[in-house]
Write a protein of this length. Structure first.
Length: 154
Protein backbone atom coordinates (compact mmCIF):
# COMPACT_ATOMS: atom_id res chain seq x y z
CA UNK A 1 0.00 0.00 0.00
CA UNK A 2 2.82 2.37 0.84
CA UNK A 3 4.47 1.89 -2.55
CA UNK A 4 1.15 2.29 -4.34
CA UNK A 5 0.56 5.61 -2.52
CA UNK A 6 4.08 6.73 -3.31
CA UNK A 7 3.65 5.74 -6.95
CA UNK A 8 0.32 7.61 -7.20
CA UNK A 9 1.84 10.72 -5.61
CA UNK A 10 4.72 10.60 -8.09
CA UNK A 11 2.33 10.03 -11.01
CA UNK A 12 0.03 12.92 -10.06
CA UNK A 13 2.96 15.27 -9.43
CA UNK A 14 4.56 14.29 -12.76
CA UNK A 15 1.29 14.81 -14.59
CA UNK A 16 0.85 18.34 -13.25
CA UNK A 17 4.46 19.20 -14.02
CA UNK A 18 3.86 17.97 -17.58
CA UNK A 19 0.76 20.18 -17.87
CA UNK A 20 2.70 23.25 -16.71
CA UNK A 21 5.59 22.46 -19.06
CA UNK A 22 3.18 21.93 -21.96
CA UNK A 23 1.38 25.24 -21.35
CA UNK A 24 4.70 27.13 -21.35
CA UNK A 25 5.78 25.43 -24.56
CA UNK A 26 2.46 26.21 -26.24
CA UNK A 27 2.90 29.92 -25.46
CA UNK A 28 6.45 29.91 -26.82
CA UNK A 29 5.47 27.88 -29.86
CA UNK A 30 2.45 30.01 -30.80
CA UNK A 31 4.15 33.37 -30.38
CA UNK A 32 7.23 32.27 -32.34
CA UNK A 33 5.23 30.75 -35.23
CA UNK A 34 3.35 33.96 -35.99
CA UNK A 35 5.36 36.78 -34.41
CA UNK A 36 3.57 40.07 -33.84
CA UNK A 37 5.10 43.41 -34.92
CA UNK A 38 8.04 41.73 -36.62
CA UNK A 39 9.05 44.38 -39.18
CA UNK A 40 11.31 47.40 -39.55
CA UNK A 41 9.27 50.51 -38.76
CA UNK A 42 9.97 53.46 -41.05
CA UNK A 43 8.67 56.41 -39.02
CA UNK A 44 10.19 55.54 -35.64
CA UNK A 45 11.17 57.99 -32.92
CA UNK A 46 14.00 55.85 -31.56
CA UNK A 47 15.77 52.69 -32.67
CA UNK A 48 18.00 50.55 -30.46
CA UNK A 49 20.03 47.38 -31.00
CA UNK A 50 20.68 44.92 -28.15
CA UNK A 51 22.32 41.51 -28.03
CA UNK A 52 22.89 38.62 -25.67
CA UNK A 53 26.58 37.70 -25.74
CA UNK A 54 25.90 34.25 -24.26
CA UNK A 55 23.71 32.90 -27.07
CA UNK A 56 24.34 35.57 -29.74
CA UNK A 57 20.69 36.55 -30.02
CA UNK A 58 20.26 40.10 -31.23
CA UNK A 59 17.28 42.39 -31.66
CA UNK A 60 16.70 45.89 -32.98
CA UNK A 61 13.62 47.62 -31.60
CA UNK A 62 11.80 50.55 -33.17
CA UNK A 63 9.60 52.77 -31.01
CA UNK A 64 7.30 55.59 -31.95
CA UNK A 65 6.83 57.72 -28.85
CA UNK A 66 4.27 60.50 -28.48
CA UNK A 67 3.37 62.30 -25.23
CA UNK A 68 5.55 59.91 -23.19
CA UNK A 69 3.60 56.88 -24.47
CA UNK A 70 4.65 54.23 -26.95
CA UNK A 71 2.32 54.53 -29.92
CA UNK A 72 4.01 51.91 -32.12
CA UNK A 73 6.50 49.12 -31.57
CA UNK A 74 8.29 46.81 -33.97
CA UNK A 75 11.49 44.80 -34.10
CA UNK A 76 13.85 42.95 -36.38
CA UNK A 77 15.79 40.03 -35.07
CA UNK A 78 18.25 37.23 -35.17
CA UNK A 79 16.77 35.39 -32.22
CA UNK A 80 16.22 32.01 -30.68
CA UNK A 81 12.67 30.73 -30.55
CA UNK A 82 12.35 31.81 -26.90
CA UNK A 83 13.54 35.39 -27.57
CA UNK A 84 11.34 35.65 -30.65
CA UNK A 85 8.30 34.45 -28.70
CA UNK A 86 9.17 36.90 -25.95
CA UNK A 87 9.43 39.87 -28.35
CA UNK A 88 6.09 38.93 -29.88
CA UNK A 89 4.48 38.33 -26.47
CA UNK A 90 5.83 41.57 -24.97
CA UNK A 91 4.58 43.62 -27.93
CA UNK A 92 1.06 43.11 -26.58
CA UNK A 93 2.01 44.95 -23.39
CA UNK A 94 4.07 47.79 -24.87
CA UNK A 95 1.80 49.73 -27.19
CA UNK A 96 0.00 52.60 -25.42
CA UNK A 97 2.11 52.12 -22.29
CA UNK A 98 3.74 55.00 -20.47
CA UNK A 99 7.50 54.99 -20.98
CA UNK A 100 8.18 55.48 -17.26
CA UNK A 101 6.11 52.40 -16.49
CA UNK A 102 8.04 50.35 -19.05
CA UNK A 103 11.32 51.33 -17.39
CA UNK A 104 10.13 49.36 -14.33
CA UNK A 105 9.42 46.17 -16.25
CA UNK A 106 11.66 43.16 -15.71
CA UNK A 107 11.55 39.36 -15.74
CA UNK A 108 8.91 39.31 -13.00
CA UNK A 109 6.59 41.39 -15.19
CA UNK A 110 6.97 38.99 -18.12
CA UNK A 111 6.62 35.95 -15.86
CA UNK A 112 3.49 37.34 -14.17
CA UNK A 113 1.94 37.89 -17.60
CA UNK A 114 2.41 34.19 -18.35
CA UNK A 115 5.79 33.72 -20.04
CA UNK A 116 7.83 31.94 -17.40
CA UNK A 117 10.95 29.96 -18.30
CA UNK A 118 13.78 28.12 -16.56
CA UNK A 119 16.71 30.04 -15.12
CA UNK A 120 18.79 29.08 -18.15
CA UNK A 121 16.45 30.89 -20.56
CA UNK A 122 15.69 34.05 -18.54
CA UNK A 123 18.16 36.18 -20.51
CA UNK A 124 16.47 35.12 -23.73
CA UNK A 125 13.07 36.17 -22.39
CA UNK A 126 14.19 39.59 -21.12
CA UNK A 127 16.31 40.53 -24.16
CA UNK A 128 13.41 42.38 -25.87
CA UNK A 129 12.53 44.14 -22.59
CA UNK A 130 16.16 45.19 -22.17
CA UNK A 131 16.24 46.57 -25.72
CA UNK A 132 13.00 48.50 -25.18
CA UNK A 133 14.19 49.95 -21.87
CA UNK A 134 17.52 51.04 -23.39
CA UNK A 135 15.71 52.55 -26.38
CA UNK A 136 13.67 54.62 -23.94
CA UNK A 137 16.84 55.68 -22.09
CA UNK A 138 18.30 56.74 -25.44
CA UNK A 139 15.12 58.69 -26.22
CA UNK A 140 15.24 60.39 -22.80
CA UNK A 141 18.97 61.06 -23.25
CA UNK A 142 19.42 60.26 -19.56
CA UNK A 143 22.82 58.53 -19.90
CA UNK A 144 21.46 55.35 -18.34
CA UNK A 145 22.12 51.95 -19.86
CA UNK A 146 20.42 48.93 -18.32
CA UNK A 147 21.92 45.46 -18.47
CA UNK A 148 20.60 41.95 -17.77
CA UNK A 149 21.28 42.27 -14.04
CA UNK A 150 18.80 45.15 -13.88
CA UNK A 151 16.04 42.87 -15.17
CA UNK A 152 16.82 39.56 -13.49
CA UNK A 153 16.68 38.46 -9.87
CA UNK A 154 19.99 38.48 -8.06
Amino acid sequence: MFFYTLYMFYFVESFFMWLIWTEKNIIISEYSKKPLNNFEMEDFTVKYHEWNFICWDDITVFLKIENEKIKSFSYTWNLSIVSLASASFISEFVINSDINEILKRDYDFVSNKGLEVSNRRKRAVVLPVLAIRNAIHQYLDDWISDDFDDLLDA
